[in-house]
Design a protein around this ligand. Structure first.
Ligand SMILES: CC(C)(COP(=O)(O)OP(=O)(O)OC[C@H]1O[C@@H](n2cnc3c(N)ncnc32)[C@H](O)[C@@H]1OP(=O)(O)O)[C@@H](O)C(=O)NCCC(=O)NCCSC(=O)CC(=O)CCCCCCCCCCCCC(=O)O
Ligand SMILES: NC(=O)C1=CN([C@@H]2O[C@H](COP(=O)(O)OP(=O)(O)OC[C@H]3O[C@@H](n4cnc5c(N)ncnc54)[C@H](O)[C@@H]3O)[C@@H](O)[C@H]2O)C=CC1
Length: 477
C-alpha cells in the first residue's frame, strides 16, 4: 500500500521518537517504511482539512528527530518523496537500497517542499542540485543521491539489517555536524548565478507557473538568510501557493489523472470490461477558437481530420491559425518541420457536412446554441455511417437534449476540451442517460491517445464539475 504522511502517521512517528528518546535501552533509532516503500509525501487529500494543520505537523516531527540526542537513521527503500524526504533530511544519517528513488514532486502539484525541504537540501547536496530537484520535481535514483552527498550509504541486502549494523557504528558519534539546520549551504558563493540560470530554465519549461519560481526563491533564501528566517519565509511562500488557484487546479489534475483510467459507470461497465473502438479518422465541426484547437490536438496525434466550417473566411483563417500553432511547436523544438507538414497533410477543410460520411468520430464545436447543435446532430445522424460517434464540445448544454435529435443516442457524448485546446491538458468526457459504455470507453481511450488528463462525468453533475474545473482555464502552461 502507498504510504503517505496522514496525521496519524505523523503522530505515530512523533510519539515513537519521543518514546525511543526516553527509553534508556535505546541507543539509536531507525526510521523505515513498513512494506514496499518509505513515505511518498504528505497526504494531498488532507490539504485544506483540519488534519493537515493538526499537531504534530511535519516540521514538529522533523525537529523532534533532528534534536534527538540519539542518532536517528532513515532507511529508505522504494520512494522517499516530498514530506517523506523531508523527514529523512531531519535524520542524522540516511541509507538507502540501491534501487530506491528520492525526490521533491511538490512543484508538480503547484507547491514547494514546505516542511523545510528547500532550506535543508541545499545544505547537503549543494545549490545547483537542490534547485534542479526542487524546481523541476525531478526524482533521482539512490546512486545519484549518494554521489551528491544526500545519502550516507547504499545497501544491496536487507535494508533493516543493514540499518541496524550502520547504527551500531555511529552510536556515540557527535551529532551536531549531522544536523543540517546547523550547517552552511554548499556552493553558496554562486547563488546569484545559479538562480538566474535556473530561473531562465524554469521560465522556458514551466511557462506561467508560479510554484517553480517560488521553489527557486526559497532555495536562494537558504543562502541569503539564517536557517530560521529562511524557514519562516518558506512557510509564507507555501501558504501563498497552497491558497492559489494553480495548486488547486494541479492537485485536482493529479487525482483526475489517476482516477480517469479506472473509470466505472453506475451500470457496472468499466475500463476493465468494456472494449473501446479504434478511431482512425475524425471530423471537427466549427473552425472557431475551439474547433481549430481541437483539430490541432487530433492531427498532432496522427488522426486525419476533416474540418467543417460554414463560413469560408473563417475556414481560411483557421487553416492559417493551425499552421501558425504548429510553427510555434517547431520553434520550440516540440516537432520538426517534416512533422508539421505531416500534420497539415492529414487536415482537410470543407464547408459541408456530407464529407463526414466515413469518419469514425465527429466533434462538434459550433456556437453554444442548443437548436443549432440539435440541427447539426440530426444532419450528422443521416450523413455519417451508423458506427460514427457523435460528440459535442458544449460547455453547458444537456447532452441528452442533443442526443435526442439523433437515432443513435447511445453513440452521443460530450468531449469537452478546454481553451486553448492544444495546450490545456484537461478533457472532460460527459456521458448522457443513453450513452453506451462502448462509447464512453472509446472517447476515454481517444482522449488518452491525445495525451489528455481525463474526467468521465455524468450529465447531471456536469455543471457542478464545471465549477470545479474552471480553474484550469486560467493556467498558462
Ligand atoms: C508515489 C508515486 C510515485 C506512486 O506512483 P504509482 O505507484 O504509479 O501509484 P499512483 O497511481 O500514482 O498512486 C497510487 C494511489 O496513491 C495516491 N497518492 C499518491 N500520492 C499521494 C499523496 N501524496 N497523497 C494522497 N494520495 C496519494 C494516488 O492518488 C493513488 O490513489 P487513487 O487516486 O485512489 O488511485 C506517485 O503517486 C506520486 O508521485 N505521488 C505524488 C507524491 C507527491 O506529490 N508527494 C508530495 C506531497 S506534498 C508534500 O509532501 C508536502 C510537503 O512538502 C510539506 C507540506 C507542508 C504541509 C503544509 C500544511 C498544509 C496546510 C494547508 C492549509 C491550507 C490553508 C487552507 O486553505 O485552509
Ligand atoms: N471558447 C472557449 O473558451 C470554450 C468554448 N467551448 C464550447 O465550444 C463550442 C465552440 O466555441 P468557440 O470555439 O468558442 O466558438 P467560436 O464562435 O469561436 O466558433 C464557432 C464556429 O462555428 C462555426 N459554425 C457555426 N455554425 C456552423 C455550422 N452549421 N456548420 C459549420 N460551422 C458552423 C462558426 O462560423 C464559427 O467559426 C461552444 O459550444 C462553446 O461553448 C468549450 C470550452 C471552452
Amino acid at each position: 500500500m502507498l504510504k503517505v504522511l496522514h496525521h496519524h502517521v505523523r503522530e505515530g512517528l512523533f510519539e515513537g521518537i519521543k518514546r525511543a528518546n526516553a527509553d534508556e535501552q535505546v541507543r539509536a533509532i531507525v526510521i523505515i517504511g513498513e512494506g514496499k516503500t518509505f513515505p511518498c509525501g504528505a497526504d494531498i487529500r488532507e490539504f485544506h482539512t483540519h488534519a493537515s494543520v493538526k499537531e504534530p505537523v511535519l516540521t514538529a516531527v522533523g525537529h523532534t528527530i533532528e534534536n534527538s540526542g540519539k542518532p536517528v537513521i532513515s532507511a529508505i527503500h522504494g520512494t522517499a518523496l516530498g514530506g517523506g524526504l523531508e523527514i529523512a533530511l531531519c535524520c542524522h544519517y540516511r541509507i538507502a537500497s540501491e534501487n530506491a528513488r528520492i525526490g521533491f514532486p511538490e512543484v508538480l502539484i503547484g507547491l514547494l517542499p514546505g516542511a523545510e525541504g528547500t532550506v535543508r537540501l541545499p545544505r547537503l547536496s549543494g545549490l545547483a542540485f537542490a534547485m534542479d530537484m526542487i524546481a523541476f520535481g525531478k526524482q533521482v535514483n539512490a546512486k545519484d543521491a549518494f554521489r551528491h552527498g544526500i545519502l550516507d550509504k547504499l545497501c544491496n541486502g536487507n535494508i533493516l539489517e543493514e540499518a541496524k549494523q550502520f547504527a551500531t557504528k555511529v552510536i556515540g558519534q557527535p551529532l551536531d555536524s549531522r544536523r543540517l539546520s546547523r550547517l552552511d549551504v554548499k556552493d553558496a558563493a554562486n547563488v546569484d548565478l545559479l538562480f538566474e540560470v535556473a530561473l531562465a530554465q524554469v521560465k522556458r519549461k514551466s511557462r506561467g507557473q508560479i510554484a517553480p519560481i517560488y521553489c527557486l526563491k526559497s532555495v536562494r533564501n537558504s543562502v541569503r538568510m539564517s536557517f530560521d528566517k529562511a524557514v519562516e519565509e518558506e512557510q509564507r511562500l507555501i501558504m501563498e501557493l497552497m491558497t492559489g488557484y494553480q495548486s488547486t487546479a494541479l492537485q485536482y489534475s493529479f487525482f483526475a489523472d489517476r482516477s480517469a483510467p479506472k473509470w466505472r459507470l453506475p451500470c457496472g461497465a468499466s475500463v476493465h470490461n468494456t472494449k473501446p473502438s479504434r478511431i482512425e479518422t475524425a471530423g471537427v465541426i466549427g473552425a472557431g477558437t475551439m474547433g481549430s484547437g481541437i483539430a490541432v490536438c487530433l492531427i498532432r496525434a496522427g488522426v486525419p481530420v476533416i474540418l467543417v466550417e460554414k463560413n469560408k473566411k473563417m475556414l481560411e483563417k483557421a487553416m492559417k491559425t493551425i499552421s501558425g500553432i504548429l510553427d510555434g511547436s517547431v520553434k520550440l523544438n516540440r516537432m520538426t518541420s517534416e512533422q508539421k507538414e505531416q500534420c497539415l497533410a492529414i487536415l482537410k477543410g470543407t464547408s459541408t457536412l456530407d464529407k463526414l460520411s466515413n469518419v469514425d468520430m465527429v466533434i462538434e464545436a459550433v456556437y453554444e446554441n442548443l437548436e443549432l447543435k440539435r440541427e447539426i446532430f440530426a444532419q450528422l445522424d443521416k450523413v455519417c455511417k451508423p458506427s460514427t460517434l457523435l460528440c459535442s464540445n458544449t460547455s453547458t448544454l444537456d447532452i441528452d437534449k442533443i442526443a435526442s435529435a439523433t437515432n443513435r443516442p447511445d453513440k452521443v457524448a460530450g468531449t469537452h476540451f478546454f481553451a486553448p485546446a492544444f495546450i490545456m491538458k484537461l478533457m472532460e468526457n460527459v456521458y448522457g442517460t443513453k450513452t453506451s459504455p462502448a462509447t464512453v470507453a472509446t472517447v476515454m481511450e481517444f482522449g488518452r491517445r491525445l495525451g489528455k488528463e481525463l474526467e468521465a462525468t455524468k450529465e447531471e453533475i456536469k455543471n457542478i464539475r464545471l465549477h470545479l474545473t474552471v480553474t484550469f482555464c486560467t493556467i498558462d502552461l
